[in-house]
Ligand binder design. Structure first.
Ligand code: AHR
Length: 494
């Protein structure tokens, strides 16, 4: 018989908001993430809106992308915004030194990115250059984007086609200052953050969340020093954690893996829980009122690049395993939503754990995309604590709870309960006790596949796609659910 597990959803103890920014995306000038993936130019034969792929816009709007981080990543600390404005053909052509050494013609610059964000209905999270530009460059960029005045920079923006100022709700003070952003010590980075943040000035009544460059995974000392020395200079601080099944030298394949690699990957992704606890604990010391948000502004799987793809483009397939990674992380975010108020999966299109993959005029939605679709009712809803008592799933020396869950009361009052079974072989019988939740009907959708690496290709784009789920019954405030092996289920209680 399938093992039995219990989830208790505490509708009677509502928690913090599940900030919609937790579904944020990341679009870096890397590989075909921007060029080809988002932007094809207005003269392309690929259907587009002012140069942006129509299929990609439509797909991203359907999952309500709330925020996009741009232009990097490592690219941000070598980016000079002035090179990306003015007539497109006249912009300087640079070498993208971080990503493949290919040329970058700056066709997508500030106007194109901000226009794109508006098309998507998403907030802009712009990362400034601390590593290789003076504070003046950052200050002028912010003024160029946001100033409502008749200043020379505001007039230049208007001359380039945009009279009204844009909103820049989030602005990054550099990226990975401990690495590609300048190889700084935390003490030096804290001083630089204070200095640069001083010159990021929002016009009156236009809030900008200044985001400090955060720690690499478990580098707790980074958060400690940043919070202690510079905590009053920012209102958000990042943390980056990638799920790498193997080592950085040999990460492992995106598909064609065995069960040991499945278990290892999922066990490694659960480290996010410990990281959020650890960084939050430090932040609590310096900021007990939780004024500063912890933002997981880069997360996701990182595998060996697809055979035959350009080295440095970080192009990888995306399978059912990635879908499970996504749901486990979204459940973790729900448990830390009081402090963790934003996240940006790396990345949006064609790079790392992407939402979408494109090839010429074709596009596929990945299993990860479908998880974001399943969870979209969480956006800005209220977290209902979900206490899980589950058996363990074990393989090859790796172990994690077989069942993961989270729950949110959506802004429309519908209660969404997410359930994931990480066991690739065994179904689970889950009893979900609903406390303080009135509702008479349950409907659901499930994402699963026949193999652990089930994935969508350009020739077979609908192999992994949610379908209606009928394995849940609701009676007397209790849900009885038969959760198939390797599946992600979202139940809606009305
Ligand atoms: O997402 C790819 C890269 O990973 C980013 O540019 C960098 O910030 C991180 O190391």
């Amino acid at each position: 018989a399938a093992p039995s597990d219990i989830v208790s959803v505490r509708g009677d103890r509502p928690g913090p908001k599940f900030d919609k920014r937790l579904f944020g995306q990341f679009a870096e000038h890397l590989g075909t993430g921007i060029y080809g993936g988002i932007w094809v130019g207005p003269n392309s034969k690929i259907p587009n809106v002012r140069g942006y792929r129509s299929d990609v816009i439509e797909a991203l709007k359907a999952i309500k992308v709330p925020v996009v981080r741009w232009p990097g990543g490592c690219f941000a600390d070598e980016y000079h915004w002035r090179e990306g404005i003015g007539p497109r053909g006249k912009r300087p052509v640079k070498v993208n030194t971080n990503w493949g050494g290919v040329t970058e013609d700056n066709a997508v610059g500030t106007h194109e990115f901000m226009d794109y964000s508006e098309l998507l209905g998403a907030e802009a999270y712009v990362s400034g250059n601390v590593g290789s530009a003076p504070p003046r460059e950052m200050a002028e960029w912010v003024e160029y984007m946001t100033s409502p005045t008749g200043s020379t920079l505001a007039k230049e923006r208007a001359a380039n086609g945009r009279k009204e100022p844009w909103k820049v709700p989030m602005f990054g003070i550099g990226n990975e200052l401990w690495g590609c952003g300048g190889n700084m010590t935390p003490e030096y980075a804290a001083d630089e953050t204070r200095r640069y943040a001083t010159f990021v000035k929002a016009p009156d009544g236009v809030p900008i969340m200044k985001v400090a460059s955060g720690a690499n995974a478990e580098d707790y000392n980074w958060t400690e020093v940043m919070m202690q020395k510079a905590g009053n200079a920012f209102s958000g601080i990042g943390v980056h954690y990638y799920t790498v099944p193997g080592s950085w030298e040999k990460k492992g394949a995106a598909t064609g893996f065995d069960e040991e690699a499945w278990a290892r990957t999922l066990a490694k992704t659960m480290k996010m829980e410990e990281l959020l606890q650890g960084h939050s604990r430090i932040m609590d010391k310096y900021d007990p009122k939780k004024r500063v948000a912890l933002l997981v502004d880069e997360w996701g799987t990182w595998y060996d690049q697809e055979p035959g793809s350009h080295p440095g483009f970080l192009y990888q397939q995306n399978s059912l395993r990635d879908a499970v990674v996504a749901s486990l992380n979204l459940d973790i975010f729900a448990r830390h939503a009081d402090r963790v108020r934003g996240a940006n999966i790396a990345q949006m299109v064609n790079v790392l754990q992407a939402m979408l993959l494109t090839d010429g005029n074709r596009m596929v939605k990945t299993p990860t995309y479908w998880v974001f679709d399943l969870y979209k009712g969480y956006q800005d809803g209220t977290v209902l604590p979900a206490e899980v008592s589950s058996h363990w799933y074990k393989n090859g020396g790796h172990e994690l709870r077989a069942v993961s869950s989270s729950a949110v009361r959506g802004t429309d009052g519908v209660v969404h309960v997410a359930l994931t079974n990480v066991d690739p072989n065994q179904p689970a019988n889950v009893t979900v006790q609903l406390a303080g939740i009135a509702g008479g009907t349950v409907t659901g959708r499930i994402l699963t596949g026949t193999t652990m690496d089930a994935h969508n290709t350009f020739d077979a784009p609908d192999v992994v796609k949610p379908v209606a789920f009928t394995g849940a019954t609701l009676s007397g405030g209790t849900l009885s659910v038969t959760l198939p092996a390797k599946s992600v289920v979202m139940l809606d209680i009305r």
